[in-house]
Design a protein around this ligand. Structure first.
Ligand SMILES: NCCCN[C@H]1CC[C@H](N)CC1
Length: 290
């Protein structure tokens, strides 16, 4: 460990550790579920860390929040009801709130401390909670989805941490089945789906499970987030049986109905949407073969 530096050491990415220079530690706490820390970095703004794993930095969170939200929501013509599982920092809510067609945004986050810390230290991320369409449910996303009437949502976004810790169940087959049940026919789900450089086996299992459960489209997309392990993160994009969804070609260009023209997108655009589904051969072999 280098004094004055934060290193992201984890058995989930053995033998490597991304480091950020610390200017000042702003918060350290322990919730019912995990250790929570916020620090001011030298070059990436403020940083949110859960159980020693970087969740977001002010400098590059736009890449993740915009892609995980607009890849699914630009793929269906008229989202009305959306559910976010996880995402307690509020960044996905901020992006979902751009769609004027949306009438209801539910969010189920298990750890209230993440919500409170984000509101205190990341106001430009937690701004998503200010939208009147948002309802926060503090609890376990698995239980929440089991209680949701079938066919309730047009879209579900699973903005989880990694499969070690509170989010473990969000990577397992029963959870994907409850998501499929909660979606309308032709509804879409987008989940945080790790790194093709680090987690090809996890991704292989997720793709196999999704192909069994989601009878519409099943695709894997990826993007660059410098402060995530290996510098990239992926997403599973799945749709239920019903009106066809072509994830690779957006039908609902966000700029057509973006209610927040005062705060333009920093990362997402329709070209990078389509490009996100282009995979290197080692990943394509595994993902497209399933
Ligand atoms: N809403 C914040 C992003 C949470 N997703 C992250 C993906 C990469 C992981 N190593 C840590 C969580």
């Amino acid at each position: 460990v280098i004094p004055g530096w934060f290193s992201e050491i984890s058995p989930m990415w053995p033998g490597e550790a991304h480091s950020l220079k610390i200017e000042k530690i702003l918060f350290q706490g322990k919730s019912d579920y995990q250790d929570v820390m916020v620090f001011q970095s030298s070059t990436y703004g403020k940083v949110l860390v859960l159980d020693g794993v970087i969740q977001l930095t002010e400098r590059d969170e736009c890449a993740y929040q915009e892609m995980i939200t607009h890849l699914p929501l630009c793929s269906i013509p008229n989202p009305v009801k959306v559910l976010v599982i996880g995402g307690g920092d509020g960044g996905v809510l901020r992006e979902v709130a751009r769609y004027s067609s949306i009438e209801k945004i539910d969010i189920c986050e298990i750890d209230k401390m993440v919500v409170d810390v984000s509101k205190q230290f990341f106001p430009a991320v937690a701004v998503g909670y200010e939208d009147p369409r948002v309802t926060l449910h503090v609890g376990d996303g698995v239980a929440f989805l089991k209680a949701v009437p079938a066919g309730t949502y047009d879209a579900v976004i699973v903005d989880s941490s990694d499969p070690i810790g509170p989010a473990q169940e969000l990577f397992e087959k029963p959870f994907f089945q409850t998501v499929a049940n909660a979606l309308r026919p032709g509804g879409v789900v987008c989940t945080q789906a790790e790194s093709i450089w680090l987690h090809m086996h996890i991704i292989e299992d997720i793709v196999a499970n999704c192909r069994q459960i989601f009878k519409g489209s099943v695709n894997y997309a990826w993007t660059t987030v410098p402060t995530y392990p290996s510098g990239v993160i992926g997403f599973m994009l799945c749709s239920t049986e019903g009106p066809a969804v072509d994830f690779k070609h957006p039908v609902n260009p966000i700029d057509a109905n973006d209610s927040q023209k005062s705060r333009p997108l920093k990362f997402y655009n329709s070209e990078i949407h389509t490009a996100a589904f282009c995979l290197p051969s080692f990943a394509k072999k595994v993902i497209d073969a399933k």
